[in-house]
Design a protein around this ligand. Structure first.
Ligand code: NDP
Length: 234
């Protein structure tokens, strides 16, 4: 059954791979972007997820074009790494406001229509760093760990209405976000990953589409790692 899917930050990187995977299986797919426009075949809405009025307007535009959002993929996110001693409060707050509060804004806006439909899927793109931690990533790790609490609370609140909320925690994926890592840092990570390699964005997308499907209807509040074994033991 075709669903209406919204992927935040679906204009590039992991979000784009997720959006394309849903589109490929015949779903109606909308993505948010911040001015780049939408890749071909996807319905684009401009939205900065740090602005609740913009989130509301984006959902309204998707609803008018494709119908109520049935599957929300809260993917948009940023990093702003620096050591704790040097991290400004603004750096901490900005990352949390985007990655965690941004996901909350979208989930809250999506929940009304999901409740009415008595069906919904929320998938939060976290990171292995959320539970593993990372030097220089106090802000990012806090925001990504926070998503686990969000998904688990939504599960307890809305689980009886056929709404699931899950977290996907990717390890190191080949995107623009990791392209900026110095080569020696990348080699260090690869050494620590049991799979011995970074992953492609498609390897995250396939897990997300599966979680949104009927076969995963009894999975909620889960943290699904897609990290080649890096975070084992979480
Ligand atoms: P990219 O940097 O390639 O893309 C980030 C996306 O988020 C872009 O679409 C960007 O939009 C969007 N975005 C950032 N800030 C905002 C905002 N305020 N409002 C709306 N959209 C925003 O990242 P990836 O594809 O690598 O990462 C996607 C998600 O996966 C992130 O949440 C990231 O933390 C997570 N992740 C990534 C890993 C990796 O190895 N790459 C590993 C683990 C998790 P725009 O184009 O306008 O900038």
């Amino acid at each position: 059954m075709a669903r209406t899917v919204l992927v935040t930050g679906g204009n590039r990187g992991i979000g784009l791979a997720i959006a394309q995977a849903f589109a490929k299986q015949g779903d109606r797919v909308a993505i948010t972007h911040r001015g780049s426009g939408a890749p071909e075949g996807l319905f684009g809405v401009q939205c900065d997820i740090t602005d609740s009025a913009a989130v509301d307007a984006a959902f309204a535009a998707v609803e008018a074009e494709l119908g109520p959002v049935e599957v929300l993929v809260a993917n948009a996110g940023i990093t702003d790494d620096t050591l704790l001693l040097r991290m400004s409060e603004e750096q901490f707050t900005r990352v949390v406001d985007t990655n965690l509060t941004g996901a909350f804004r979208c989930a809250k806006r999506a929940s009304g229509k999901m409740l009415r439909a008595r069906w919904g899927r929320m998938i939060f793109i976290s990171s292995v760093i959320g539970l593993y931690g990372g030097p220089g990533q106090v802000n990012y790790a806090a925001s990504k760990a926070g998503l686990v609490g969000v998904a688990r609370s939504i599960t307890r609140e809305l689980g009886s209405r056929n709404i699931t909320a899950n977290v996907v925690a990717p390890g190191f994926i080949e995107t623009e976000m990791t392209a900026v890592l110095p080569a020696e840092k990348k080699a260090e990570y690869v050494k620590a990953i049991p799979a011995g390699r970074l992953a492609s964005a498609d390897e995250v997308a396939s897990v997300v589409t599966w979680l949104a499907g009927d076969g995963a209807g009894y999975i909620s509040g889960a943290v699904i790692p897609v990290d080649g074994g890096l975070g084992m033991g979480h």
